[in-house]
Ligand binder design. Structure first.
Ligand code: C2E
Ligand code: MG
Ligand code: MG
Length: 400
């Protein structure tokens, strides 16, 4: 565990007594770098103004004004990389749903605490910080990139697409590739979307980001066609792009200019964000995109944000089952149940199925037996620059 006094903790809780109690418990255990806020808006303001994110946030789920779920979404928009501990007086089931939400957003959840909080349990959870993959706790205080810097980066062409292959499970054939944006930062190196896509959404720069990602991806798809590579192109689009009513025309004009057929393009939308937006605007855009023959995919699927009957009403062609239900699926009954439920729902709705996050041979063998259509993951290939993809496909074919 990191030096206790160096861990910067923020408690967000509207309950005065609970706040006092938590502060006292933390102080008694040697955690001295503690700030508090009694509602979500104040906490976000504090985070925005401090320039540095806290290492850990203790978050009460039930707060008037902004509840814990909404607060979590705002943290994602700010690319929060620290740890999260949920605190609640609610029953296990509510905590479980909230934990699922946090996992879906890929935030680092150290655990949950039921009120009244037991001091030893609190200290035990904080003891998990930093998680092993994060090494140095100061890494949590990743830079928050400002709007001006990000806008300039987009303009200067510092955003580049990497591509990760998607293969047909039954044959191993490379079916297509997903564009994944990176920021080639002049001093900080190659940054992943988690470091800046949320910020782009927050600063209103997500349409500019989508424009450069899509333009470059379509140019790449055109090049594949010209060199005889029949690859489907998948691109991630943000909900904030889709609720804009000009987006459908914008993207179809862009594809037409590049000479790419919409049938070759899959637009991926994350499941977790769908229910949190203006559903009417979203449905309108999705329906128009579908009429223009773009393929639509629901990404990071399986957490139950969308009910089956809601899914039925959205014209998706493909379901991408989230990697947390894929890696280690063969040895984990709970994952398997989620995986099977997603697969059978997708089948009922005539959707193609993709398993993401295939990392080892056991995952792959399970998928071969499962009837899932397509797979993507580090076992097959990591995302790579466009220039490496053609070579990778040739070598892969030779190997098979
Ligand atoms: P995603 O669309 O679900 O993409 C899959 C992510 O999982 C990628 O992370 C990929 O590098 C990673 N991945 C692939 N295979 C494996 C595996 O076997 N194991 C593990 N642990 N991870 C694997 P990346 O590139 O960091 O992207 C993260 C997310 O950022 C994407 O998730 C997508 O939601 C978003 N994103 C990426 N590019 C764009 C973009 O151009 N626009 C928007 N709006 N969002 C984007
Ligand atoms: Mg995706
Ligand atoms: Mg995904």
């Amino acid at each position: 565990m990191a030096e206790k006094s160096a861990i910067r903790i923020l408690i967000v809780d509207d309950d005065f007594f609970s706040l006092k109690l938590l502060i006292r418990m933390l102080a008694n255990s040697g955690f001295t770098h503690v700030a508090t806020c009694d509602d979500g808006h104040a906490a976000l303001e504090r985070i925005d103004n401090s320039g540095r994110h806290p290492d850990l946030i203790l978050l009460d789920l039930n707060m008037p004004g902004m509840d814990g779920g909404e607060f979590v979404r705002h943290l994602v928009e700010r690319s929060y990389k620290g740890g999260l501990i949920l605190v609640s007086g609610e029953d296990e089931r509510v905590l479980q749903v909230a934990e699922n939400l946090v996992h879906a957003h890929r935030l680092t959840l150290l655990g949950s605490l039921r009120k009244p909080v037991a001091p030893d349990r609190l200290v035990a959870l904080i003891g998990k910080w930093p998680p092993p993959s994060q090494g140095n706790p100061l890494r949590a205080a990743t830079k928050v990139y400002g709007a001006t810097e990000l806008r300039a980066a987009i303009k200067k062409g510092e955003l580049v697409n990497y591509y990760q292959p998607k293969v047909v499970i039954a044959t191993g054939r490379v079916m297509g590739a997903e564009a994944l944006v990176r920021w080639q930062h002049p001093s900080d190196g190659l940054l992943l979307p988690g470091d800046f896509v949320g910020a782009a959404e927050e600063y209103g720069l997500i349409d500019d980001l989508a424009r450069v990602v899509l333009s470059s991806a379509f140019a790449q798809a055109r090049l594949w066609q010209e060199t005889g590579l029949a690859l489907q192109l998948a691109v991630n689009v943000s909900i904030n792009n889709l609720v804009s009513l000009e987006f459908a025309d914008f993207i179809s004009d862009l594809a037409a200019t590049a000479g790419v057929a919409p049938q070759q393009v899959v637009l991926e939308v994350a499941e977790s964000r769908i229910m949190s937006c203006d559903l009417r605007a979203l449905l309108e855009t999705l329906t128009r995109l579908r009429l223009k023959r773009f393929r639509l995919s629901i990404d990071d699927f399986g957490y139950g944000h969308i009910l089956p009957e809601q899914l039925r009403n959205i014209p998706f062609d493909e379901v991408k089952i989230d990697r947390s239900f894929v890696h280690h699926v063969s040895s984990d009954g709970a994952k398997q149940a989620k995986f099977d439920a997603s697969l059978s729902l997708a089948r009922q709705l005539n959707m193609e199925t993709v398993a993401e996050g295939v990392e080892d041979r056991d995952d792959w063998d399970f998928l071969c037996r499962s009837g899932c259509d397509l797979a993507q993951g580090y076992l097959i290939a990591e995302p790579m620059p466009a220039t490496d993809l053609a070579g990778w496909i040739q070598v892969g074919h030779a190997r098979r």
